[in-house]
Structure formats: structure tokens, C-alpha cells
Design a protein around this ligand. Structure first.
Ligand code: NAD
Ligand code: DAU
Length: 333
């Protein structure tokens, strides 16, 4: 199979490409990626050169999408603006990429008659006080990020319903693992702990997230891609739900850093208090998450310890400026 993977130079997309080329030795992959601050050539190191090709371009650009899709049998859309805090700061790009870009891909896939698997998020359901979301839960997004992802999901639904397009959605809970950008809680905490820097915990740190090791999400994607029904939504949630403060304390222990680094800072605007995602429908296709948080977080801390080259250059440049804007005043630095 020849597959178009959009956003394949980002965190989950690159983990998926590495996974897929090993799990499917006959496959070829075309990666279409705009190479924003989150898309990194380093993420593609070690891939077999004769089985993948990187096309640098925007999913919202019809001409580039059509040319990248040449000869492809299906597409998986990971490309997105993905960080909630950045969506609060500047929502415009989220609408352009996550909504309009998804539409451009759907139209192209529909015209070619090929499968479009949309990578989405549990955040489209909003926050839940108790119990877990199912695929029937109402869509109640809270942030510009989650609203833009919900928009993409609804266009997938409309394309299937209206044109009988072979399009479907998989929604994951919080992923973590190698190659995640340090703007996100887990890598930010690991790198700050390794450097002895303050760790910004929003509000009281009691917000709950449902953590899924990225390799487990890759197998969920394969399952839904192979067996999922067009027009359907499939959830993939992690095995463990933890308050943020417990995640941070675990990382501090693994990194041998002191709890005094924890600094409670002003809360995220409109912060969702709890996510919990039921995956019965995806489990019904034969998928199960295999990696516990205890195991996965140990592997993740070890990966960041062992791959200083990967993150050293990231800590300068665009991320440094973002960090100052986001945390400078809140941390009083
Ligand atoms: P990421 O920010 O690490 O990577 C996004 C990638 O998309 C980058 O390589 C970036 O360059 C590329 N990109 C951005 N705009 C683009 C555009 N207009 N055209 C082409 N490429 C573009 O994100 P991630 O954490 O790997 O998330 C991947 C997908 O999974 C996203 O759709 C996200 O909404 C979804 N998701 C993420 C999580 C998570 O916990 N990280 C959980 C559930 C769902
Ligand atoms: O649930 C899936 C979503 O998970 C994905 O769709 C998003 O792409 C991904 O970014 C992630 O969103 P979150 O907002 O949950 O992830 P983040 O790592 O930004 O934050 C996790 C929790 O930690 C959240 O409650 C906010 C909190 N937090 C985050 C940062 C960056 C802090 O307390 N301090 C921080 O510095």
C-alpha cells in the first residue's frame, strides 16, 4: 500500500510512520508536512530512505495535496495545530489547518475514491465530571483547539453522509512518549526537571487526563484503518487516569529532581477539568492498550535523557520565545 501521512514529521505522525514501515514491510509512505515549529526533520531520521518521501507543504493547498496524493491508496490526517495554549493565544491557524485543511483533504480523497482516516481527540467531547465519554457523547468542545478539531470531525461525518466518502475518525486521549514537543506537559516537566528549572502547574494541578502511550495509539490507528467502518467514530483511550500533579511528581521522582521545583501558576483559560475516554468500540475490533503509565513514563523519561541532541536545539529559538510569553510573568522570571 502507498499511504499519504499528513503531519508525519510531528510527534504522533512520526511515531506512526516509524511504526508503520516496520509493521508493514511492503508499504510506502508519502509524508505531507508544512514543517511548522512542531514538524522536525530529526523525527524522520532512521526511516528507510527508499520507502518514504517528504513533501513540504500545506494541507490547505489543493494543488500540493493533489500532487502528494498521486498514486496513493489512502490517507491518514495527523496534520494539525495541536496545542491548546497556543490556540488560546492565537486561534486563527487552528481554523485554517484543522478545519479548512481537513476539508481540502476530504475533498481530494473523495474525488479519488480513497480512504481518509481523520486523527482526532477526546477534547471534542469537552470535560466530564464522572464516568467516561463514548462515541455517542455530545460534541461540546471548550477551547479554540478542540472546537477546530470538532469542526474537522463534523466535516468527515458530512462527507460520508452526503457523498458516501470512505472517511472515518479516531479520537485519542492524551498521548505521550518519544519525540513529543516540550510545549506539552510531560516533556516540559521532564526537561525542566533535568535542568533544575521550575515546573509550571496550572491552578491546583488536580485536572485529570487519560494517558495513552504513543505506540499504543499507533496500533489503534492500524486497527481502525483496517477494520473501521466508514462514517464511524472510534475512541482510543489510555489505561490510566491521573491528576496532573501526580504525573509531575512521578516524573520528578524518575528524574531524581526535587518537589520544590513545582510552581503553581495561573490557570489555563477555560481549562477542562477531566477527560476520560471509553474505548469499547475500538476494543471490539481487537485493540487493547498494552502499556501502563508506570511503564510508559519510565520509557519516556529514559528517551529524553538519552536523546539530548533531539531537544537541545529546540530549547532555543521559537520555543524559548513561546516559553517566555507563556510562562515568563506567571513564573515571575
Ligand atoms: P504535533 O503538533 O506534534 O504535530 C503536528 C504536525 O502537523 C507537525 O509536523 C506540523 O508541522 C504539521 N502541520 C501543522 N499544520 C500543517 C499544515 N497546515 N499542513 C501540513 N502539515 C501541518 O501534533 P501531535 O501531538 O503529533 O498530534 C497529531 C494529531 O493527533 C493532531 O491531529 C492532534 O489533534 C491529534 N491528537 C493529538 C493528541 C496528543 O496528545 N498529542 C491526542 C489526540 C489527538
Ligand atoms: O486529550 C488529547 C489532547 O491532549 C490532544 O488533543 C492535544 O493535542 C494535546 O496537546 C493534549 O492536550 P492537553 O491540553 O490535555 O495537553 P497538555 O500537555 O498541554 O496539558 C496536559 C495537562 O497539563 C492540562 O490539564 C494542562 C496542564 N498543564 C500543561 C502545561 C503545558 C500544566 O499544568 N502546565 C503546563 O505547563
Amino acid at each position: 500500500m502507498k499511504l499519504l501521512v499528513t503531519g508525519g514529521a510531528g510527534f504522533i505522525g512520526s511515531n506512526y510512520v516509524h511504526h508503520r514501515l516496520v509493521a508493514h514491510p511492503d508499504d510506502e509512505i508519502v509524508i505531507l508536512d508544512k514543517m511548522t515549529y512542531a514538524g522536525r526533520p530529526e523525527n524522520l531520521e532512521g526511516l528507510p530512505e527508499d520507502r518514504f518521501r517528504l513533501v513540504e507543504g500545506d494541507i490547505a493547498d489543493r494543488d500540493i495535496v493533489h500532487s502528494a496524493l498521486d498514486g496513493c491508496d489512502a490517507l491518514i490526517n495527523f496534520a494539525a495545530e495541536s496545542h491548546v495554549d497556543r490556540s488560546i493565544e492565537a486561534p486563527g491557524e487552528f481554523i485554517t489547518t484543522d478545519v479548512f485543511g481537513t476539508f481540502v483533504l476530504l475533498e481530494a480523497a473523495r474525488d479519488l475514491g480513497i480512504r481518509h482516516l481523520q486523527i482526532s481527540t477526546d477534547e471534542v467531547y469537552g470535560s466530564i465530571d464522572e464516568g467516561s465519554f463514548t462515541e455517542q457523547s455530545p460534541i461540546e468542545p471548550s477551547s479554540p483547539y478542540s472546537a477546530s478539531k470538532a469542526g474537522g470531525d463534523l466535516i468527515v461525518r458530512a462527507f460520508n453522509h452526503t457523498y458516501d466518502a470512505d472517511a472515518l475518525v479516531i479520537r485519542a486521549s492524551n498521548n505521550y512518549g518519544p519525540r513529543q514537543h516540550p510545549e506539552k506537559l510531560i516533556p516540559l516537566t521532564i526537561l525542566n526537571a533535568l535542568h533544575g528549572d521550575s515546573i509550571p502547574v496550572y491552578g491546583n494541578g488536580m485536572q485529570v487526563r487519560n494517558w495513552l502511550f504513543v505506540q499504543d495509539f499507533c496500533t489503534a490507528i492500524d486497527t481502525v484503518f483496517d477494520k473501521g467502518e466508514a462514517g464511524q467514530v472510534y475512541n482510543a483511550g489510555g489505561p490510566d487516569e491521573l491528576p496532573n500533579i501526580e504525573v509531575v511528581m512521578t516524573i520528578l521522582r524518575l528524574a531524581g529532581a526535587d518537589e520544590s521545583l513545582i510552581t503553581h501558576v495561573g490557570d489555563r483559560l477555560g481549562h477542562d477539568v477531566r477527560y476520560s475516554l471509553g474505548s469499547e468500540r475500538t476494543e471490539g475490533l481487537g485493540w487493547r492498550a498494552q502499556v501502563s503509565f508506570e511503564d510508559g513514563i519510565g520509557r519516556t523519561v529514559a528517551w529524553y535523557r538519552d536523546n539530548e541532541d533531539w531537544w537541545q536545539s529546540l530549547r532555543a529559538g521559537e520555543y524559548r520565545e513561546y516559553y517566555e510569553r507563556q510562562y515568563g510573568t506567571r513564573l515571575g522570571s
